[in-house]
Design a protein around this ligand. Structure first.
Ligand SMILES: [Zn+2]
Length: 329
């Protein structure tokens, strides 16, 4: 009888601690590398989406580190690459790391944000098995990965024109996500409402906090954004006991309850002398739009006191273009 009970107990331990993902069983202490999805290109070659799993022998949280949801957002890809190249991440003290360095592989190769059919992968969740390409990728991620994680970090980068100061986004309604964001210690934490059909929204429905990291601009490496992303992730993983890696403790995190975009009221050539990340006061002149013939100039004033958390770097702007993102404490 004692042996039977011991056997049942061991079976339960195995059931609880083995991880099933994409038809693979990964035991504690094992690491694995496989594909989340594979799809055929028009030239008939297959395109795979690699996933790397690193498991400790000790039970602990299952954490997703993901980059390349948008194919041209290279800082996010670099952050995950730097993380998974570290011994301490590949050999967690406890728990499991699931790393997907590039979710949108087709976009990454083409240097485009979206998928080949023009869809935004981050508006395809939860996806469906036989839907569009984005819907299929989203379905696989939702079914195979979101179902088993305790926490995720989705690494993004600003647009091709917009340079984001390093920031974490989460809904302040989700207290756990906000607490995790504080431990990450980014320069800024933004209260960011959920967007329908996004990964973060679908994860929240499953009660899985996903933090969205934003830093730098697309198709460029931004040293500060990569450093802050790597160091913040390690701070959070250290806190969870997943690893024990030394990182500088430097940031005073500013929590922003709301943000506002300042848009171009006139078309022309846009210039700003302000540094991103800095503080401006209400009515302070923060930029100028000039016509290209040297005749007219329009000043751009700050509508509130706040921090410049993103700045447009494209000099030629049209009416209504987003120019400066102000974060309000
Ligand atoms: Zn993005």
């Amino acid at each position: 009888m004692g042996l039977l009970l011991l056997s049942i107990h061991l079976q339960l331990m195995t059931t609880v601690s083995s991880l099933e993902i994409c038809g693979k069983t990964i035991l504690p202490g094992e690491s694995a590398h496989f594909n989340l999805t594979s799809y055929r290109l028009p030239i008939s070659d297959m395109l795979d989406t690699p996933v790397f799993v690193f498991r400790s022998l000790k039970p602990g949280p299952v954490v997703l580190l993901q980059g390349g949801m948008h194919g041209n957002e290279t800082n996010g890809v670099e952050i995950v690459r730097q993380l998974v190249s570290r011994h301490g991440i590949k050999n967690p003290i406890k728990g499991t790391i699931i790393a997907i360095p590039i979710l949108n592989i087709a976009g990454f190769i083409a240097g485009t944000r979206d998928l080949p059919d023009g869809r935004d992968l981050n508006r395809c969740f939860p996806g469906s098995k036989n839907g569009s390409l984005g819907s299929r990728i989203a379905y696989s991620l939702t079914k195979e990965v979101l179902s088993i994680i305790d926490l995720g970090i989705d690494f993004h980068t600003g647009g091709e024109k917009i340079n984001n100061y390093p920031q974490l986004r989460c809904s302040f309604e989700d207290k756990q996500a906000k607490d995790y964001a504080k431990i990450f210690e980014p320069p800024f934490i933004l209260n960011s409402p959920y967007r329908e059909k996004s990964l973060r929204r679908e994860a929240a429905k499953l009660k899985k906090p996903v933090l969205v990291y934003e830093g730098g601009e697309s198709l460029r490496f931004t040293k500060l954004a990569v450093e802050q992303g790597v160091n913040g992730t390690i701070r959070l993983l250290n806190h969870l006991g997943v690893c024990d890696i030394q990182v500088p403790k430097v940031n005073h995190t500013i929590i922003l309850s709301s943000t506002a975009w300042i848009r171009a009221r006139k078309a022309g050539l846009f210039r700003t002398t302000k540094k991103y990340g800095g503080f401006v006061e209400k009515d302070e002149i923060i930029g100028t739009i000039s016509d290209p013939y040297g005749e007219k100039e329009y000043d751009l004033k700050a509508p509130h006191d706040g921090f410049l958390i993103a700045i447009n770097n494209k000099p030629v702007v049209n009416e209504g273009d987003a120019l400066i993102h102000i974060g309000i404490e």
